[in-house]
Structure formats: C-alpha cells, structure tokens
Design a protein around this ligand. Sequence first.
Ligand code: ADP
Length: 169
Amino acid sequence: MKIAVYPGSFDPITNGHIDIIQRSRHLFDKVIVAVAHNPEKKAWFTVDERLELLKETLKDYPNVTCDSFSGLTVAYARKVGASALIRGLRAISDFENEFMMALMNRNIAPELETVFLMTSTEYTFLSSSAVKELVLFGGPVSSLVPPVVAEALARKAKERFNSEGGDKE
Ligand code: ADP
C-alpha cells in the first residue's frame, strides 16, 4: 500500500490544494492531508478548525484522510508509514524554498521521496493568504474555495473586524 502525506498549513484549504489532492489520490493508494502545527506562523484558523474544514471538504474522497501533527514532517510521515511527501508547485517562486526543504528532508529521511505536483494553470495565482486578504476587503472568493470554507472565512473576517473594534466606529 503506497501512502503519501500532503503536509501544509491549510489556513484554510483552497481549490488549489484540492487540485493537488485530486492529482495525488490517483497516484497513491492513500493520501493523508495533514495540518502542520507551526507556532511560528500566524494563522486565522486554529489547527482543529483547519482540520474540520479539510474533513468536510474531502469527505467524499474514499482514499483521502485528514489529520494534524506537530514536530517534524518526516517523523510524522514515518509514523504513518508513508513513502512520499506531496508538495504543490505554483510558480517559480515556490521552487527555491520547496527544493531546499525537500533536500533537507531527504537528508533526515532518505527513504522518503518528495513528489512535486503542478497545479492547474487557473490556480497558479491562488494562495490561502491571498484568499484571506480578499475576504478582509469584501472580495468574492466563491470560485477560489469550497462553500464551507467561504462561510468559515466570512465568519472569521467578521470576528476579526469586531475584535479590532471595527464595528464601534
Ligand atoms: P505551507 O505553509 O506548508 O506552504 P500551504 O497550506 O500554504 O502550506 O501549502 C501546502 C502545499 O500546497 C505547499 O506545497 C504549497 O506550495 C501548495 N499549494 C498551496 N496553494 C497551491 C496552489 N494554488 N496550487 C498548487 N499548490 C499549492
């Protein structure tokens, strides 16, 4: 059984991530989409919220499961018996960082391959941070994220607006 782990922040999942998941689930027997807990990164959604959105979005894909982890990605991949890590590539700008990370991971876990998949051209401009920025300024995101994510983003944007005192002015 060939298992792959697709790690990321998924803050939140976008149609670009789903495109990569669709491609990888045809290549592997099982794909584990795993939210990495990274306290260094400022997230809108908690790890549990991100995981819930992943589960809801991916519930109809039989060979895809969702999970979260903290610590090293390679340690998690070993624990779940994965032979590959999936990463998505958008543009050249992703490459340098991804290349470095893949070589670093190979150094730690030579048995684990990093597999890069290219997204559809329509999603090359799409990132979780762009979606969050768009939502904050009231832009439309329905073509960029699944409906359940669009709703969660709208709720979060409102919460953020209220907590910053935006409604009191
Ligand atoms: P990270 O913080 O680990 O980069 P992300 O959730 O932003 O987490 O992304 C996880 C993976 O998905 C990364 O490999 C990233 O390059 C890829 N990815 C993100 N958005 C897209 C997209 N629109 N198309 C293809 N891959 C993407």
